[in-house]
Design a protein around this ligand. Sequence first.
Ligand code: PAF
Length: 339
Amino acid sequence: MKKVVSILLVLSLVFSLSACSGGDKDSSSSEPAASSPSDEKIVIRVGTATELDSHYALGAQEFEKKVEEYTDGKVDVQIFPSGQLGNERDMIEGLSLGTLEMVVSSTGPLPNFSKDFQVFDLPFLITDREKAYEVMDGEIGQQILATLEPLGIKALGFWENGFRNVSNNKQEIVTPDDIAGKKIRTMENPIHISTFQQLKAIPTPMAWSEVFTALQQGTIDGQENPLVVFNSNKLYEAQKYLSLTGHVYSPAVMLISQSAFDSYPKEVQDAIVKAEKEARTWEREYCIKMDNELVDTIKSYGVTVTEVDKSLWQEACQPVYDQYADEINQDYVNALKGN
Ligand code: PAF
């Protein structure tokens, strides 16, 4: 009896192995393989400069879940965090060239592609994120996003990076005088550079991928980024002081290569648009939640976190408005500015 059972087991194993390896291809038949291009999965790569547990990559994972659900698994969204596909500017160029499908990026590099995005770089312009969401999701926001179209980039929506705060290793920074002479890494963005010049710091623009090492090695004294970035990139391991300057609200954007988007069937395009909207809401809520929690978390890592009188900082940054007045659409400024 035992022998019969063993033979049956061996036979069933042989049968299932041949079924797996042979798949649906019948080598003895001249029929074409059962799979056709329309059965092949559409692979969409999404790049982020930030870590896998960052706001962008978590939001992208929400997007992935939704798109895969809405397309019954026809689409395979693959997320590449930590700048694996390049820094933000490189990835945006990749969309334009059609060598990458999607990216979640801060708006920091976008003035290099469209000057309309410069408005977001003005210090202390946006003080109320809810009001900013309204404008960004409304007519003005859509007008700004549409300026990327001639570059072959479809901007799906504004996400959040957050209110940027200065950190450094030299001393507690309370007033603008305290930042004078400090080497602060900024994004490669002219208005951010001008702002830190106004503050008499030494702005040191560099790609995000180089920042952690530069902080550790002391080639720069500090940097400025939202709390979610400070935390997910473990900057508390390389920075002693964090000042809650909130000097600029930094939106993010989810972008897709227009050529990739146009190549997808209508139902996949619809799924992408729907999923982005839902992931955007999720990501914004996540950022708000983290902003509320992270001061305590960051303090628990031994970082000195300092509240500042923002009005002093705002005053010190004011000349930047005159400097860029001719370059920035004042309707955008008026719509976005806080009270
Ligand atoms: O500082 C930057 O370059 C950006 O804020 C970052 C961290 C890449 C997120 O967009």
